[in-house]
Design a binder for this molecule. Sequence first.
Ligand code: S3P
Length: 442
Amino acid sequence: MKYKLTPSTTFTGTHKVAPDKSISHRSIMFGSLANGVTRVTNFLEGEDALSTLQAFRDMGVQIERDGDKVTIYGVGMNGLKAPQRELDMGNSGTSMRLLSGILSAQSFDSTMTGDPSLSKRPMERVAKPLRQMGAVVATTGDKGTPPMTITGGQTLSAIHYEMPMASAQVKSCLLLAGLWAKGETVVIEPEITRDHTERMLTAFGYDVKVTPLQNGNEIRLMGGGTLTACDIEVPADISSSAFFMVAGAIASNGDVVLPKVGINPTRTGVIDILRLMGADITLENQTLVGGEPVADICVKSSKLHGIEIPLHLVPLAIDEFPVIFIASACATGKTILRGAEELRVKESDRIQVMADGLKTLGIDCTVLDDGIEIVGKGESEFVFGGGEIECHHDHRIAMSFAVASLRASDEIVINGTETVATSFPNFAKLVKEAGLNLEVVE
Ligand code: S3P
């Protein structure tokens, strides 16, 4: 599938962007392990979250879905059943890494596979500490990639683990394994990472202790407890909103309102970075929904300027950099990102793949080991030329370059856009309503 975009200059309206992916995954996992019935509203009907849902169905959990409404009949901490087949995690690193923690504690064996993108991603970052807890976990090849095979029937002991990288997936994996481990699991993050696992465990009645350290947090929980079902309303995903925020800011006629977006402070780096670049972003109707802060995000056309992205904001905006790079190209002056080596092990190597695409569209940028320098062309009406982009099974690359058409002089063709359905199934429809000239070619 491809997107063909001819230039447009308008990006306006009120748009309900896709529900939060991280929270949708966790709602299925915790709901399945809880005692009682969990009702989820505004569940993300994207392939990634549906991979998690299918995996729990494959392990015997009754889950009913009616569009974005999901009812999960929890089986309790010891109620999962051996799957009859390999668990297919599709494109979803979150599913595989978080599930590895759960599967390590089960009485049965399991194997998880993934698509070509997921099959290249590092799994030893979870396998190693899980082995330290007593799990028997095998990854594949010398790079430690999927498939992952987990031998059940082990007794896990708690771990005290200082994570070598800022990863919410590793943290969550170990906290999940820790639910079944003997003793108190302690995870220390080198920097703040998204805390949906901690919040949702608390919402399900599990005692989780979080102590702020100099940079990240220390998170503790005792094994052996239970989860109690609760209802979850999923907010709109700030990562999906980021495409609309940048589009609203770079369009010459930009003015968008994005209702009920999750603004959990561990996720709002993109707002801080865009504001530092001069974006006109306001938050309205701030409130709490199911333990998560939400707000309506309003963005208007803005004159952006290049910045050095503050290091502490990097993990708080980790999924939004592809589209922040588009904003940087539309700024005046240079933008410099460092400390973002994690971008190289996302759905694609997002530093290299974005640099290749930016260069194709005429942007001067320099790839660094842990980041990128982008020379903005914000003084021109047309920042990008036309060209053909490859998105390497990475949804966020596809959506980022679609946004670039708001400042392009010529047609942009994006190849391999089917993965947009992993996180934002109605992206094409919504951005067309907002003003992009986008044609989907099957
Ligand atoms: C996620 C954590 C992040 C993020 C991913 C979702 C999560 O990954 O990039 O899209 O839901 O825990 P890392 O933990 O690898 O940083």
